[in-house]
Design a protein around this ligand. Structure first.
Ligand SMILES: [Zn+2]
Length: 210
């Protein structure tokens, strides 16, 4: 999927929120020249803050290799902060009514599609939590390399992928390329991200003990 095929406008729709896994689901919806909406990508973030949105937007630009001409969002302040930092070539419009009025008939189809994407994302999170083995392969400067093993129900490794985490830029790349191909964040990156958060929590805990 490539938003170039679908026109210039991408909305980051914060309407789909979920309490499961305490994550927020953010689909990227592109609007094509016939005013139809198409889901071109999606992600889950733990908190709606500016660094998380910055990460999402950077991943989006990386996956699509270009910036949309227009970005439409609701009045989320964190999003407002992150957009000009990453989408330097895009015009940002705060207009929830644009989506509501311009594409009402396609809304249902879009929701059905979004639900499918949502389950795919959930599947990756489930696999990351229960069927992935993660270990740090190397740590040099800002770059941490993880190896994530995909296990079956007997906990036998079927395949493994390398995830590269740039700690300073806060970017994750995975060999499996699922995000680039489908816009769905793979279990490998989910596993690496959760590990990174654990390390952070450990760090904070040890600092508090001092
Ligand atoms: Zn992957």
């Amino acid at each position: 999927m490539n938003h170039k095929e679908f026109g210039d406008t991408v909305s980051f729709d914060a309407m789909y929120r979920t309490n499961r896994h305490a994550m927020n689901f953010i689909p990227f919806i592109a609007i094509d020249n016939h005013k139809r909406s198409v889901v071109v990508g999606s992600t889950l973030i733990s908190h709606e803050n500016a660094p998380n949105f910055t990460w999402v937007l950077q991943a989006f630009v990386k996956a699509h290799n270009s910036q949309p001409r227009f970005v439409i969002t609701d009045q989320c302040l964190s999003m407002k902060e992150a957009i000009p930092d990453v989408l330097t070539e895009s015009k940002h419009r705060l207009c929830p009514w644009y989506i509501m009025t311009k594409i009402p008939r396609e809304r249902h189809a879009s929701e059905v599609y979004t639900k499918t994407v949502f389950y795919d994302v959930q599947k990756e999170i489930h696999k990351a939590l229960y069927f992935c083995g993660l270990h740090v392969n190397s740590e040099e400067g800002d770059i941490v390399q993880y190896v994530v093993a995909h296990k079956n129900c007997k906990m036998i490794t079927k395949v493994s992928y390398q995830v590269t985490h740039n700690v300073v830029a806060n970017t994750f790349n995975c060999q499996c390329n699922l995000f680039t191909r489908t816009g769905i964040l793979c279990r490998d990156i989910q596993a690496a991200k959760s590990r990174y958060r654990e390390i952070d929590i450990e760090k904070e805990a040890s600092i508090n003990e001092l």
